[in-house]
Design a protein around this ligand. Structure first.
Ligand code: NAD
Length: 422
């Protein structure tokens, strides 16, 4: 198929390159010239394991441009993968979506053939029907469901495992009741063996929010229980292991520690919370999940203060990305923690294999170590913030280590080892 993708960020680039690997011709439309040049030089504009190799291999089937008109004219299907950030109050900001829909509409005005628009961006229920389709219709002067269709196909990839997740999804959600639309998308996903769940547009949009919110609530639950377990001298991971043997509960995703970050969980939970409030509902559980998450880094300060006065001490931050195997620091826990440590008078030295350049843009004043080994050697105390594999093999001899991500091997060599929830 000939496919255009609007937005060459994490979701758009991974989706585009992986669709090319499946034999499709892909045009990525971007507004950021650096990302366009990077993709056209066959270098992904972001770090994701396996992505560079896949782009090099399929480079002849992937190109990037800022010319949306040609991209729409020469393709049959367009995936919308632009960002849907939070407004100040946590509600969803649809500005990028609206601009993308208007541009698609303008481009479609000149096109005679039917066109399918697939929304991969995370948007609150009702957005496809009441924002995207009407904008495309207005600007194209064409009829939704006849000349073009809009469907929802939310994305569930995890950064750091995005390429793997693209090819091994747990399920594909197809939000559409339009047979033409379902037929095209089923054709596109024919090589996948997972269940394809068909539902209404609104339901598909909601499934994405429910999935992310459930996982975020589960982490905050794990953290609340983890904090109590720690106060009682209990390892919460052993607790979850035992509790998770109940098949109604299950063992996965009790990730007690520093809390969740990233570009999705915090913003999606907040957007759902605000959406509920706009309908007169108090979303108490979502509110609590966000509050617990916001406070979790404070445990690190308490644990450090047990062993050293923070003021004037060199605190080493191991890991800045919001999770391992990505360079993404959006809403990373390292940001809250470093701010807090700086306000306590700490001298920060940080290390991350991929995310240091991004982090320096927010905290130009902090020192970055040239390796994780140097960081451990030169710090008075070390905090493990991201579970990069290489941190498992470090020698923490003589060091105070506060571990926010359960790198248990650090306990073997550290002189003092404290887990955040264990
Ligand atoms: P991103 O910020 O990395 O990428 C968005 C890209 O869109 C940017 O490169 C931006 O320049 C480009 N863009 C914005 N407006 C444009 C326009 N009019 N034309 C062309 N390009 C435009 O965002 P992301 O992390 O890829 O997320 C995209 C969407 O997918 C969001 O709704 C997000 O919630 C959702 N999502 C993200 C993930 C994830 O792990 N990152 C996973 C699942 C779903």
């Amino acid at each position: 198929m000939k496919i255009s993708i609007i937005g060459g960020g994490y979701v758009g680039t991974v989706t585009g390159v992986c669709l090319a690997e499946l034999g499709n011709d892909v045009t990525i439309v971007e507004i950021d010239r650096k990302k366009i040049d990077s993709i056209n030089s066959k270098i992904p504009p972001l770090f994701e394991p396996g992505l560079k190799e896949l782009l090099e291999k399929n480079g002849h089937r992937v190109d990037a441009t800022d010319d949306i008109n040609t991209a729409i004219e020469t393709t049959d299907v367009t995936f919308i993968c632009v960002g849907t950030p939070s407004r100040e109050d946590g509600s969803i900001d649809l500005a990028y979506i609206e601009k993308a829909a208007a541009s698609i509409g303008k481009a479609l005005e000149k096109k005679a053939q039917y066109h399918l628009v697939v929304v991969k961006s995370t948007v609150i229920p009702g957005t496809c029907d009441s924002v995207i389709a009407p904008l495309i219709a207005e600007y194209s002067k064409k009829q939704a469901g006849v000349d073009f269709s809009v469907c929802s196909n939310p994305e569930f990839l995890r950064e750091g495992r995005a390429v793997y997740d693209f090819f091994h999804p747990d399920r594909i959600i197809l939000g559409s009741e339009d047979p033409q639309c379902i037929q095209v998308l089923q054709g596109l996903y024919t090589q996948f063996s997972c269940p394809v769940f068909k539902c209404s547009l609104k339901t598909a949009e909601m499934i994405k929010y429910v999935s992310n919110s459930f996982l975020a609530v589960k982490i905050s639950f794990a953290n609340e229980i983890g904090n109590l377990s720690k106060a009682l001298g209990i390892d919460s991971y052993k607790v979850f292991e035992g509790a998770g043997m109940d098949s109604r509960i299950g063992p996965l995703f009790f990730n007690a520690g520093l809390g969740f970050g990233g570009s999705c969980f915090p913003k999606d939970v907040a957007a759902l919370q605000r959406l509920g409030e706009s309908k007169g509902l108090k979303m108490m559980l979502l509110d609590a999940a966000l509050k617990i998450n916001r406070g979790q880094h404070k445990t690190v300060i308490t644990l450090l203060e047990r062993y050293i006065p923070i003021k004037g001490k060199k605190i080493g931050i191991l890991g800045l990305a919001f999770k391992p195997d990505t360079d993404d620091i959006r809403e990373a826990k390292s940001i809250d923690l470093v701010s807090s440590l700086l306000s306590h008078g700490a001298k920060i030295v940080a290390y991350d294999p991929m995310a240091m350049d991004q982090f320096r843009k927010i905290f130009p004043e902090i020192n970055c170590a040239s390796s994780s080994r140097d960081l451990v050697r030169d710090s008075d105390a070390v905090v493990i913030v991201t579970e990069w594999k290489e941190f498992e093999d470090l020698d923490y001899s003589g060091k105070i280590v506060v571990d926010g991500r359960r790198i248990l091997k650090a306990r073997d060599t550290a002189s003092v080892y404290e887990g955040v929830c264990w």
